[in-house]
Design a protein around this ligand. Sequence first.
Ligand SMILES: Nc1ncnc2c1ncn2[C@@H]1O[C@H](COP(=O)(O)OP(=O)(O)OP(=O)(O)O)[C@@H](O)[C@H]1O
Length: 282
Amino acid sequence: MERAPAVSVTGLEKSYHGTPVVSGFDLRVDRGEIFALLGPNGAGKTTVVEILEGHRTRDAGEVRVLGTDPHRAGSRWRARIGIVAQQDSAFPDLTVRETLRHFAGYYPSPRDPDEVLEAVGLAERGGARVPDLSGGQRRRLSVALGIIGDPELLFLDEPTTGFDPEARRRFWALIKKLSAGGMTILLTTHYLDEAEYLADRIGLIVAGRMRDVGPPSSVGGRDTDRTLVAWDTPEGRRERETATPTATVLELAERYDGEVPGLSVRRPTLEDVYLRLIGEHQ
Ligand SMILES: Nc1ncnc2c1ncn2[C@@H]1O[C@H](COP(=O)(O)OP(=O)(O)OP(=O)(O)O)[C@@H](O)[C@H]1O
């Protein structure tokens, strides 16, 4: 039998005090996939993710996470998911290694705490007390706690906020490694380069609805959007928007009999399509 998707949601509805914030929301995340939820502040990402985690109730809709309704799920289901939330709690009296060992004890088949410390780049800080970590190191400890139970599905809510560029790159490599090992990963982020680098598919949520879903290269019609071809002329720079950039470049090459001065060909970036879709739906 084919395994159920890691996450399937249809017709999800959620209001706070009578104000709908998630409405007619659908989502499918396949096993082994890295899926990035993108959307502006207040779009409903955290609400959706916390419903999937079983931390918030929903008003309507079908929700299955690893085949189970999170609202009715028990501790065996909980041990199969990992969560890295935006806010983590402090563990003032324990060292980093003690904290990990402590949480490992909650799971039926945890990963080795020292291997996890190594994986998140905290091996050297294992003996440090948690309050003595830097902000970025605290985030990495949160990731370590999210994966200590060796989850099938990992939720990451804005995981690299506050990371320096090198720490982000290391974190991305870790996520790719976890994914290569078969873990399904659902992340929310405001960093479009992060979504583009990590995600197999991106879902764009605006005002509580899923507006588009697809691979980073084609989400929002990015692959069919017009391309900007620009070049220099004695009268100044010229630009042409075209759906057939190759034909345009060939035509220019013929016109200039070879090299086209200052030629540039720019496809729409993920940021271009993101801002366009948000503009259309807000
Ligand atoms: N517990 C709550 N009570 C009332 N309103 C809430 C509650 N939680 C969230 N909201 C509102 O619901 C909307 C969606 O919030 P949510 O946190 O899901 O958005 P988000 O996409 O995660 O935003 P951000 O990118 O800023 O983290 C916002 O307007 C927010 O103010």
